[in-house]
Design a protein around this ligand. Sequence first.
Ligand code: DQA
Length: 158
Amino acid sequence: MMSNRKRETSKKEPRILVIHGPNLNLLGKREPKVYGKTSLSKINQLIEKEADRLGIQVTIAQSNHEGELVDLIGSAKGSYHGILINPAAYTHTSVALRDALAACGVPAVEVHLSNIYAREEFRQHSLTAPACVGQVSGFGEASYILGLQGLFRALKKR
Ligand code: DQA
């Protein structure tokens, strides 16, 4: 089950699907020294504010389940112009998510709150980033804002 209901801003273009992966529903309480004290709901508000400023429509979803994330990515074609995704732990393990991103034909930007390259060795490799147009890692909640801006610029160039 999605632990967050989908949130949607008012109808505009481009339309961006924002996807939060596993355990990000726990932000604020989860390892605050690594991930900060800001809740997912607050991060979503910041994303929506930036989306409004840029004139983007965002739909935001979170799931702890790999198959649901694959389905979300797969359903993006035709409905969304871009994907902003924090695949969380699946970044390092999921060939299925990488394949879904590569197959969907919708440009994606990967974001991480922490700098995954400065952490444990198993986090220093992203399976999903090569299927994305770019990655932002290490700026806390601002990674989402920078990622949204980068995705917006990449879409404008298309
Ligand atoms: C994360 C980094 C991942 O390694 C970790 O599994 C997460 C969060 C980040 O945003 O820093 O759950 O994606």
